[in-house]
Design a protein around this ligand. Structure first.
Ligand SMILES: [Zn+2]
Length: 108
């Protein structure tokens, strides 16, 4: 059982996939699952899922395409200057904490 790590990523972040079949693709995070250390990224790790016909609505069954979560270590946040980077933190004089790029110090 993997211990949950504190997730630095959050919904809406632009990330690039750094491992696996979608390596090199970028997308925005749709969902973060801190308990499993996984993120769901728009357009990444698409799986085909079979659906059964719905007897209540009368909708036919078939295959739908859907994003499956991938491990947070397989993605890197994207800095507009540097591309794939890591997240650092900057603490201001007033004690507020901001996420920054470890390379250029720009806000993420
Ligand atoms: Zn940067």
């Amino acid at each position: 059982m993997e211990a949950p790590i504190k997730m630095k990523l959050k919904k809406g972040d632009q990330v690039v996939v750094i491992a696996g079949k979608d390596k090199g693709k970028t997308g925005a995070i749709l969902k973060v699952s801190p308990t499993t250390n996984r993120v769901t990224v728009a357009g990444i790790n698409i799986i085909k899922k079979a659906t059964k016909p719905d007897q209540q609505t009368g909708a036919g069954g078939g295959l739908i395409e859907k994003e499956a979560p991938i491990h947070a270590s397989n993605v890197a946040i994207v800095c507009s200057k540097d591309g794939a980077t890591r997240i650092g933190y900057r603490i201001d004089d007033d004690g507020s904490k901001h996420r920054v790029c470890v390379h250029c110090g720009g806000s993420l």
